[in-house]
Each structure stands twice: as structure tokens, then as C-alpha cells.
Design a protein around this ligand. Structure first.
Ligand code: CA
Length: 218
């Protein structure tokens, strides 16, 4: 469900967080100072890091800078009530959210869930060969080069990709991509397939299946 690193030097708070998150099914590990946190990060990978600002040895800002240079792991800053400036600084440096001490454990759990959800959504991309499809941004790239697709071309591509190696019937494709908008019109579908093949360089990958329709073969 998720592995979380808790970086907090106040053991009472650290324990409270660990108990609360463990009860929700998260796997938690604790680091009591910045150095220990850095060492743990070197050895293991985490899905999320809870990071106190004021820490012995290496402070939260320094650690956040290090995290941002080396990995994409989402970070929630833990700040004291008096440190309003810290929140802003933390967010500017790339923290995904912050929570102010003292907090209810329920609020922390909700923030952890929200950040993880957002993070997974953002990384929602599909790769086939050199082609990278970002489902959320609805963008397609060939390596670093952006490929411009019309909305219908994108929908058609997504349908093929999500059903790869399955022969799709023409009428099924038409219904899913065009819905009720148009009367079934053979040429529209064929033209879109032709353009996708050309734009993606998928002449061989998108197969015509005799008497059925089309299939993406990968
Ligand atoms: Ca502290």
C-alpha cells in the first residue's frame, strides 16, 4: 500500500505518526535525524517522506534539496506553528504539502492519501517502444519530440493501447471513440487509423484484421 519514511526527532510525535499510519496499512520507518534519514534513503526506496523542518545534523531544507536532486518521491513537510515562513520556503523548494504541529492524526492520514493519489495520477503514462503516452495530460511523445494528435486520434490510440494484442471490431472501436456523435461511417475510422500509423510510425504495429477491424500488435 505504501512505504513511508518518517523523519522527526521528537520521538513522541514520530511514534504517534507511525501508529496512525500503520493502522491504515502503511509500512513506516523512522529516522531521528537528517543523517539517518539520508542513509535510509540510500539503502531503500520509499513512496512518501514525512519531513520535519528542524532536525539535528542535517535539517529539513537541506534534506529536501538532496531529495529533489536525486528522486521524485513526494514529500510532506512537518512544521511548527510559529514557522509560517518555513511552509512557504518548503513548498517553493518542492515539498508536495505541509502540515503544522500539533495536528490530528486523521488530518495527516488524509494529506498522505491525497499526495499519494496526486503523485500516482501524474505519473500515469504508458510507454510502447519510443512512444510515451501521458493519459492525464493527453499528450504523446516520440522520445523527446511531441506528436500532435486530434482528440479523436488520441482516444483511438488509447483504446488500441489499452487493448493491445486484441483484435477490436470496427463497430466497437467506432462506438467507443465516436459514441453517438456520428452514424457509423467506415471511412472516418480508416482515415484516423491511417493518420495514427503515420504520425507514430506504427505502420506495422497497427494491423488490419481481416473482416474484424484493427489490432495494436506489440
Ligand atoms: Ca524537530
Amino acid at each position: 500500500m505504501g512505504k513511508i519514511l518518517i523523519v522527526e526527532d521528537e520521538v513522541a510525535i514520530s511514534d504517534l505518526i507511525k501508529i496512525g499510519l500503520s493502522a491504515q496499512g502503511y509500512q513506516c520507518e523512522c529516522a531521528n535525524d537528517g543523517e539517518m534519514a539520508a542513509n535510509l534513503m540510500e539503502q531503500k526506496s520509499y513512496d512518501l517522506i514525512l519531513l520535519d523542518v528542524m532536525l539535528p545534523k542535517i535539517d529539513g531544507y537541506e534534506l529536501l534539496e538532496y531529495i529533489r536532486q536525486t528522486r521524485q518521491t513526494p514529500v510532506i513537510f512537518i512544521t511548527a506553528k510559529s514557522q509560517t515562513k518555513d511552509k512557504i520556503k518548503g513548498l517553493k523548494q518542492g515539498a508536495d504539502d505541509y502540515i503544522t504541529k500539533p495536528f490530528e492524526i486523521g488530518e495527516l492520514v488524509a494529506r498522505v492519501e491525497a499526495v499519494l493519489r496526486r503523485f500516482h495520477k501524474a505519473s500515469d503514462s504508458i510507454e510502447i517502444g519510443n512512444i510515451i503516452i501521458n493519459v492525464v495530460a493527453r499528450s504523446v511523445k516520440n522520445g523527446n519530440k511531441k506528436i500532435e494528435l486530434t482528440p479523436k486520434e488520441f482516444d483511438l490510440l488509447l483504446l488500441l493501447v489499452q487493448n493491445k494484442n486484441i483484435a477490436l471490431y470496427r463497430n466497437v472501436i467506432f462506438e467507443k471513440v465516436w459514441g453517438e456523435e456520428l452514424e457509423f461511417e467506415t471511412r472516418t475510422l480508416d482515415l484516423h487509423i491511417q493518420r495514427l500509423r503515420k504520425k507514430l510510425g506504427w505502420k506495422d504495429k497497427i494491423k488490419t484484421v481481416y473482416r474484424i477491424g484493427y489490432m495494436l500488435e506489440v
